[in-house]
Design a protein. Structure first.
Length: 192
């Protein structure tokens, strides 16, 4: 399962060949988790496999700050479900899930395929063919300043009336500090 949060908007094309090879390797090797973005939270060591010049690196679970994150990741479905605890909002799940994963110490892989907000590569890659990227446009679930260029593009250069309407909806949600879908900011209940 490839998982994107709704606040991550692609900023460049994605290679179908890369993902076809990744899915084949993940299934063949029964990989539980492959992080597909670069982050300074990750400490890695080189792996033996490459896809389109990207090294499939091995996460150092002890030194890495987030083993459980809600960033773009390829998961084994059952393994992901084991990490999702009832009554843990996403932020708590990242904190507590990381502690649980550090104790479990599973093999977690990392590839520099997506640059989040221009983040540089973590690994020693061999002339990667085409790195993709995404921008985060919200903070704690609520639309933030990074969404403004997208709203402007949707309002000033829409390809369809539907896109213009979506731009108007996003502008309203941004101006009223709402989520993408117009809901109030999610609450982080401390007592759960």
């Amino acid at each position: 399962m490839l998982y994107f949060q709704e606040d991550m908007w692609l900023s460049s094309p994605v290679s179908a060949l890369f993902f076809n090879q990744l899915f084949e390797l993940a299934e063949k090797n029964n990989w539980q988790q492959v992080k597909l973005h670069s982050s300074d939270a990750y400490s890695t060591r080189a792996g033996d496999l490459f896809i389109e010049g990207f090294n499939i690196a091995i996460l150092n679970n002890t030194e890495s700050r987030f083993l459980m994150s809600h960033q773009v990741t390829l998961w084994n479905r059952e393994f992901l479900l084991q990490q999702l605890y009832k009554n843990e909002h996403p932020w708590r799940n990242e904190r507590k899930g990381t502690k649980r994963l550090k104790k479990l110490d599973p093999l977690i892989l990392q590839v520099d395929y997506f640059a989040e907000n221009g983040q540089p590569e973590n690994n020693v890659n061999i002339h990667p063919l085409a790195r993709s990227g995404y921008h985060t446009v919200s903070v704690n679930g609520v639309l933030g300043n990074p969404v403004q260029p997208y709203i402007s593009e949707l309002l000033n250069h829409p390809a369809t009336e539907e896109q213009r309407q979506y731009g108007l909806q996003l502008r309203h949600n941004y101006q009223h500090q709402l989520t993408h879908d117009g809901l109030p900011q999610p609450r982080k209940n401390r007592h759960i």
